[in-house]
Design a protein. Sequence first.
Lengths: 113, 115
Amino acid sequence: AQSVTQLGSHVSVSEGALVLLRCNYSSSVPPYLFWYVQYPNQGLQLLLKYTTGATLVKGINGFEAEFKKSETSFHLTKPSAHMSDAAEYFCAVSLAAGNKLTFGGGTRVLVKP
Amino acid sequence: KAGVTQTPRYLIKTRGQQVTLSCSPISGHRSVSWYQQTPGQGLQFLFEYFSETQRNKGNFPGRFSGRQFSNSRSEMNVSTLELGDSALYLCASSLASTESSYEQYFGPGTRLTVT
């Protein structure tokens, strides 16, 4: 079975500051890892994914994440926060087969001007 | 390419009633998954359909069921609604294969309120 833990249900950052969202996972097999963003009253939008290969993954809107197997982590970062980054972010894991996503509890990001 | 569409977007039902939600995947996508999102339980996997067959199922009671049609469109049904079924129901589609997991693309969701 797999599980995902996101540290911090709420994060507040100033515009232009670094955004760092933490995600740790547990999985019995090499995982597929994802970050999604959800804006109010909308569905989930895929930011980036890790399947195999390069451990530093670049996504949309300037976000990137690094897969660290030894730390079972997949933290999401963005060098400079923008007001439009205010949203809820979800880390998710799936196994190689079955296509079922297991989500973390989500982190709501507030961007202060 | 059109994204995942879900209908209706909003729904209000009474306890004990049943409801059917619809999802049209991205063209060419054969896998459709359903998730329930609530403030208390977060995002939980309901089930996944691939080529009209349920391939995976989450831990929900039998009141929750689904199906997929030959054009990959999917429906989920909830019978004997309970107050706790109030949630945002999200549908996601992916190309998928029987051996590896591809990214899932989500629809805007159906907001179900049970009174």
